[in-house]
Structures are given as C-alpha cells and as structure tokens.
Design a protein around this ligand. Structure first.
Ligand code: ZN
Length: 136
C-alpha cells in the first residue's frame, strides 16, 4: 500500500480523495482481470491469505478462510467502484467555497473541512498518514 503523506497533502479531504482514487484504480484493475460480481464458492483449491501487518498466515482453510472470503466478495470491484464514486461525490459537494477562511459549500456556515468530510475521512483512519487531529 503506497503511503499518502499528510505532509504532502495537509487537507484531510484531499488526503482521503487520493486514497479513494487509489482504491478506485485497484478496483478497476481487479474488475478487468476478474469481471462480474464475485461470489463465495468452495469449488477448486483454496488459497492462503496473509496479512496482520507481519505477513503471517491469516486464513488457509475452514472457517477462517470462509470468513475472509466472505469479506472479500462483499468488497468486489463493482461494489468498491460504487462506494468510491459516492465518496468522491460527497467530498466534491462538501468542498471548500474558496473563501478565507474556507467554508463548506454544502454546510455553508461550517468551516472546511466540515464534520461530514471528517466523518468520511475517519473511515480511512487505519491508512498510513491519518492524523489524530482529523478525528471528527
Ligand atoms: Zn459540509
């Protein structure tokens, strides 16, 4: 996962937008190589899923693989692309009005980034670069 540094992007809305665009690109590519809705099936040989921050085996068979696979199919490319589009639309609607200091275009009297943006951004709080000061 490429780190998107808040030092390069001080605006939490722009920081989140970059993550969303990266997620959209990954989903787009995954949708090309594995098109259509993904379904949960136990046909064929099971794979092994690694992770946990240290590359350990998380799921290889049985209930752990079933749970991880279920999660994966619930986040298939089509689903991720739809979610990315919705989040980008929220960020666009709640963008800065360009004033000094900036206010939210949608929430009018709220400063930019508004609470709606900060709530959306908090969904990415486990990504590298999230700042605790961005918590809504
Ligand atoms: Zn707003």
């Amino acid at each position: 996962m490429r780190e998107i540094s808040p030092d390069e992007i001080g605006d939490p809305a722009e920081w989140a937008r970059q993550w969303i665009l990266a997620d959209r690109e990954a989903a787009h590519v995954a949708g090309i190589v594995a098109p259509g809705a993904w379904v949960h099936s136990h046909r064929g040989a099971p794979g092994v899923i690694y992770g946990g921050g240290d590359g350990r085996e998380l799921a290889a068979a049985g209930e752990s693989l079933r749970a991880v696979t279920e999660h994966l199919v619930r986040h298939d490319p089509e689903d991720v692309l739809s979610r990315c589009a919705a989040e980008l639309a929220v960020l666009e609607a709640h963008g800065s009005n360009g004033a000094v200091p900036p206010s939210c275009r949608e929430c009018r009297d709220a400063p930019h980034p508004c609470r709606t943006v900060l709530l959306l951004v908090s969904g990415y709080r486990h990504r590298p670069g999230y700042r605790e000061g961005w918590r809504p």
